[in-house]
Every structure is written in C-alpha cells, then in structure tokens.
Design a protein around this ligand. Structure first.
Ligand SMILES: Nc1ncnc2c1ncn2[C@@H]1O[C@H](COP(=O)(O)OP(=O)(O)OP(=O)(O)O)[C@@H](O)[C@H]1O
Ligand SMILES: [Mg+2]
Length: 413
C-alpha cells in the first residue's frame, strides 16, 4: 500500500531545513508508523556509529507501536541487517560498513529516565509525547548533541493548556519545527467501515480529541456516555452461564477513612459484567462511623469470594491490605494505576456497551454518574478526575487497566 500525501511529507521531512517534526492528531491516523520508518531511513542514510532513541510511554509500547511494524517492512529487511536485542532493548542496524544503534526507552519506566541521562544521541523519536513526563522529554532532547540531529514527536491531543501544546504545537518557529496535523483520512489503510468503528468508540471530549484531533478541555462528567439503561442489567437479563463460563476477577479500591469497594467482575463473551459490589464507608453513620482493620477487610473479602479463588486486583498503594490478603493465600495483583489511560479505556468500553453493571451495584452506578473532571486542574493543563465519590470508578479502572491492549482495538473485536 502507498502513502498518503501527509505521510509523504513525513518521509521528505529530513530533507527540509527543519530541525524538528511534530505530528499531532487523531488516533490511527498513520503518524507513528510512517514516522518510525522515516526516522530509521534518515538515521541510516546520514549517520554512522551513532545512537538514536525510540521513546514511547513504556518499552513495551515502543516494541508494539514501532519495532514490530518496522521489522515487518520487507524493504528494510532486504536493504539492512537489523538485529533486535530484546534483553538490552536495542536495535543494531547495519548496511555495508555503516552501523547505528537504536535504543528503546519508556517515559514511564523509572530505569529509562536514569539510562537516558548518560547517552549522546543523534536523533530522538518521541511517540505519544504528550503522555510522557515533561522532565523525560526534556532530558531526551538535551541528549541530542550530535551535529545534524533532529527531533521527532507525535501525539494525540490532550487539554488546550497542556505543556506540550503550549511549548511545541503553538510555537513551531521557536524550535524551527514542522508541524503536521493528522486525521484518519491521512491513513490510507483504513477502510470506511473501520474508520466508522473507531468513531463509534468515543464520545464527548474523547471524540473531539481522538477522532477530530482537537486539543479541547475536559470538563464536566467523565463518563457522560454511561447510560443507566444501556450499561446496566438485572439478574434476569444476565447471560445464563455468566458465573460458570465468565472469567472472574475482583477489583478493589481501599480506604481507611475513605470507603473501601470490592467489585465482582466477570469477563464473558467480550463483555465485562460488574455483577456485585461490596462497600464499607467508615464515615457512614449507618455503619456506626467505624473504621475497619485490614484483617476485618480481609475477612470481608473472603466472604465476598464465596470460597472461590480468582485474581484480586488491588489499589497499588494499599500495601498493608495486599499483605493481609496474601497471608491468607489469596492471589493478589497490585493494579496498574495509570489514571488517564484507565479512564480512556473505561470510557471506550462504556461507549461500546461492552461494560455493564448489575443494577444492584447502586454505589458504583451512582458514582459513575457523578464522576467529574477536576476543572481547576484541567484548566492548568493537567487532566485529572476530582477525588470525590471516585471509589467505584477507581476499582473499575484498576480492573480495566489489567486488560490487554487488543481489547481496545476495534479491528480485533
Ligand atoms: N501507508 C500505510 N500503509 C499501510 N498501513 C498503514 C499505513 N499507514 C498506517 N498504516 C497502519 O495503520 C495503523 C495505524 O497507524 P499508526 O499506528 O501509524 O497510527 P497513529 O496515528 O500513530 O495512531 P495512534 O494515535 O492510535 O497511535 C497501523 O497498523 C499502521 O501499520
Ligand atoms: Mg501512534
């Protein structure tokens, strides 16, 4: 398949006088794949014995979004000798006597931040730059000291006050950067049907950002796509073999003065069913305003499990509770706590009605309906939810973050 006009501009970028390239815009619009290809060809044609950085949110994301697609390009296989050393996260590429190294870094990975400090680079590609800590991005750029080095960025939009927009997207001339805005029409591999399916995944602020590619503010309700009919079910409406065939997981948000919530979740036939909830609010006077100990919560968890074993995904900050559960021989996983990614994924499942709550889960349903963006923080360019009535949504997010990426890709469903 050929390239779109905008993708061809990315392939021509190294031969313009710009020092940096910024591609922003919609999801699946063909930014990362063509940027990785152009970056690799530029590096191999213009440098020898140099080091380059391929940076993403995590090393795993770099492998998935850039390395695997690059290794799959037949032309590159024919023209270059490319070896990927998985253990050291480095690609060594050679043509004739010319050799360069491409290091993989994850902005979220602690070790990457330390490793990148010591390296001298001839070029950096930052995939999903707006999701990385600013300090990591600036450190990576500071390492680019070889003559002729260039900076390559791509990202999906975030809020209008996001530092990356203000510093780079709005000031390309300050950095002698070329800015290209992508829409799904710039990806020639998408059929109309697939494009429509992606569009159906998002609504509200997510639609504007990820489909229309606009840097708009998060405000108001986070899960405005949650529909108290379409996203709920009664026991009578549940699939007959839900408990028998569904893959069960319990997700837990833990609090001592704040409420503790357990959610009993079944993954069945591509849909997530939140079937029961447990909730203890020490501030609720119906509970006598009493706090529970970790051992009491662990007793409650055992009762909630009804004697069955399943994975329990727990708030990663609840170290003492995790230890208490493990002492009882329960299988506990500390949750991945990426808030925005978790919200985006959860919103996509809710929007597609792939996430349903039993009507008996009144606490969760109530909180999903009042879960708000923290507008003060969003206005300052840092998207985050208000830390109020967020216990059910937090537990749900811990669960959703445990699902593999392909569950969120419409092409696979
Ligand atoms: N010209 C092309 N020919 C064939 N396939 C393509 C082409 N451009 C993009 N694709 C494919 O389309 C998919 C999406 O492309 P890519 O990952 O580059 O998009 P993206 O804009 O980075 O998306 P996201 O914002 O979601 O990260 C990938 O599977 C990629 O291999
Ligand atoms: Mg991408």
């Amino acid at each position: 398949m050929g390239f779109s006009e905008k993708q061809r501009t990315v392939l021509r970028f190294p031969y313009t006088g710009y020092d940096a390239l910024i591609c922003d815009g919609a999801v699946r619009s063909g930014k990362t794949s063509v940027m990785a290809l152009s970056f690799f060809l530029w590096a191999m044609s213009n440098f020898r014995d140099c080091s380059f950085a391929l940076c993403g949110k995590s090393v795993g994301a770099v492998q998935r979004n850039m390395v695997t697609p690059l290794l799959g390009v037949m032309y590159l296989q024919e023209q270059f000798d490319i070896k990927y050393n998985r253990a050291d996260h480095v690609i060594v590429a050679r043509r004739g006597d010319r050799e360069n190294r491409f290091y993989l870094f994850g902005g979220k990975d602690e070790s990457s931040a330390a490793l990148i400090q010591g390296i001298t680079l001839a070029g950096v590609l930052l995939d999903e730059a707006a999701l990385m800590p600013r300090s990591f991005v600036e450190q990576a750029l500071a390492r680019c000291s070889v003559a002729g080095s260039k900076l390559w960025f791509n990202c999906n939009p975030e809020g209008p006050e996001h530092w990356f927009r203000k510093e780079w997207i709005l000031k390309p001339e300050k950095h002698n950067a070329l800015h290209l805005h992508f829409t799904m029409d710039d990806n020639p591999s998408l059929t109309d049907e697939i494009r429509e399916r992606y569009k159906s995944m998002y609504s509200g602020v997510f639609y504007e950002r990820f489909i229309l590619g606009r840097w708009v503010m998060s405000e108001g309700l986070i899960y405005d796509m949650f529909d108290t009919d379409a996203n709920t079910y009664t026991d009578a409406q549940a699939p007959a073999s839900l408990h028998f065939s569904g893959v069960r997981t319990v997700a837990c948000d833990y609090g001592t003065t704040n409420p503790t919530v357990f959610l009993d979740i079944y993954d069945y036939d591509g849909t997530i069913y939140v079937d029961r909830e447990y909730r203890w609010d020490s501030r609720d006077m119906d509970n006598g305003g009493r706090q529970k100990t970790d051992e009491e919560y662990a007793d409650d968890m055992e009762a909630f499990l009804h004697g069955d074993q399943c994975a329990i995904i727990v708030d990663p900050s609840a170290a003492s509770f995790i230890a208490a559960l493990r002492r009882r021989g329960l299988y506990v996983v500390a949750a991945e706590n990426d808030v925005l990614d978790g919200i985006r994924r959860t919103a996509a499942l809710i929007q597609r009605r792939k996430l349903l709550a039993n009507k008996t889960c009144a606490g969760l349903i109530g909180e999903l309906g009042t879960y708000l963006w923290d507008e003060k923080s969003c206005k300052l360019g840092v998207d985050k939810p208000l830390k109020e009535r967020d216990h059910g949504p937090d537990a749900l997010r811990y669960y959703v973050n445990s699902l593999p990426d392909w569950r969120f890709d419409v092409v696979q469903t």
